[in-house]
Design a protein around this ligand. Structure first.
Ligand code: CTP
Length: 408
């Protein structure tokens, strides 16, 4: 791919009910400037017609190697791709891919692709947990194929469990990460339990108002998502966020206020290998919550009064045991006293964590944005910039720095 060309994605579609969600993935990819060639299996066309894929992709759709033979599509499509993404990857497709079968256009494409390959499974829990599927997934992963963790939730019928297709927005996020950095999702966190906090706390003033902040939760969710796909056991302690899909394969614990977040973090962090405080915690809370809606005509203009919240990160650092790695975040603006990095260095010392991710905020940066940039400051004195990229891209850079610390 030259820098001016649209990234070329092959979107394989397996024959499962989740095939209809591949249309949403296709739509999001084409709208963000990707050239997408859809290669369904014959079974996938029982769920979504070829005309739908052709209309949404603007490219021809075939399932077999005998269409347009003069173009040698069974070799060319795979060779020319920048990413092969399969949504959904059924148990049958995982088996055929693991065994190197080449009985249709999609499996031929998987054999000729030299680019990153990402398979997004969806199937019933029993099929996902079957020893045959486990072995096929392990084989594919050992060859460098990214087989993502399925989500838990409602399956085709009334049943629920692990095996649900990851959310389309999450699939596109991970696909774009692999296009930017093909090596961004190694299986190097399988031995780790990580705890990530995300979002902004809200401190109620009365039944209708709260003290809050502009954190969207996207960076914390991206950290949880990337860790789960690198094989970690992940607990996400989520405060208030904008509407975000729950990351697939992650345990989510909800917390509203700073004190609830503190309790949740102390409950889940002991024994974890890594704790990341990406949540934006309110520094103050009302001394008392007023039970009625405060009226502007109330004689006391400040009927609430504020008190300081505990510093959860500092408490976690004080309580840690057994080489636990702790990562903090700092969203800073420079001021008269110091610039962003100087504030970051002072905060790293004050908090006592191992790594501090410093974001410069203001002017449309960090909060309520899709992309992020910053610095990674380490307690050993090393500092490195993180280039502007998606939040899951920043998450990968953070995990790249964290994983070696867990091996010390
Ligand atoms: N943090 C925390 N508990 C708080 C406040 C912050 O655990 N009560 C954590 C955040 O999750 C983040 C880090 O501390 O990882 C830095 O947050 P920040 O708000 O920048 O730090 P403060 O301690 O509030 O420092 P200051 O107000 O001086 O900037």
């Amino acid at each position: 791919m030259t820098p001016t060309e649209a990234p070329r994605v092959v979107l394989g579609v397996g024959g499962g009910i989740a095939a209809y969600k591949a249309c949403e993935v296709l739509r999001q990819l084409t709208e963000s400037g990707h050239s997408v060639r859809v290669v369904p299996t014959a079974a996938a066309l029982n769920f979504v017609g070829a005309a739908t894929f052709e209309a949404l992709s603007g490219q021809p759709v075939h399932t077999q190697v005998f269409a347009d033979v003069s173009e040698v599509p069974h070799v060319r499509i795979g060779q020319e791709a920048d990413l092969v993404l399969v949504v959904p990857a059924t148990a049958d497709l995982l088996a055929r891919a693991a065994h190197g079968l080449a009985d249709d256009l999609l499996t031929n494409t998987l054999l000729t692709a030299r680019c990153p390959v990402m398979l997004v499974p969806a199937m019933h829990t029993e099929m996902w947990e079957h020893a045959a599927t486990r072995d096929n997934v392990a084989t594919l992963r050992s060859r460098g194929v990214v087989v993502t963790e399925p989500a838990s939730g409602r399956l085709t019928g009334k049943d629920t469990g692990k095996g649900r297709l990851a959310d389309p927005a999450e699939i596109v996020d991970l696909a774009r990460l692999l296009l930017a950095r093909p090596d961004a999702l190694p299986r190097d966190m399988t031995a780790l339990h990580v705890v990530v906090s995300a979002g902004g706390t809200r401190e109620p003033l009365d039944p209708v108002r709260y003290l809050g902040n502009r954190s969207s939760g996207k960076q914390g969710y991206a950290l949880a998502r990337a860790a789960a796909q690198r094989g970690a056991r992940v607990t996400l302690v989520a405060a208030h966020t904008v509407a975000l899909p729950e990351p697939a394969g992650v345990d989510v614990v909800r917390a509203g206020t700073a004190l609830e977040l503190r309790d949740a973090m102390h409950a889940v962090s002991p024994g974890a290998d890594v704790v990341v405080m990406a949540a934006a915690v309110a520094d103050f809370r009302p001394v008392t919550r007023v039970e009625y809606k405060i009226k502007k005509t109330d004689r006391d203009p400040d009927p609430v009064g504020l008190t300081r919240n505990p510093d959860i990160l500092a408490e976690l650092v004080a309580a840690r045991a057994g080489g636990q790695v702790i990562v903090g975040f700092a969203a800073e603006t420079g001021d008269g006293a110091a610039d962003v990095l100087e504030h970051g260095r002072a905060k790293l010392k004050r908090k006592g964590c191992d790594l501090l991710v410093v974001n410069a905020v203001g002017e449309g940066r960090a909060f309520e944005t899709e992309d992020n940039a910053g610095w990674l400051l380490s307690s050993d004195g090393s500092e490195r910039p993180i280039a502007l990229g998606s939040k899951v891209h920043m998450a990968s850079e953070i995990w790249d720095a964290v994983v070696p610390l867990t091996q010390k």
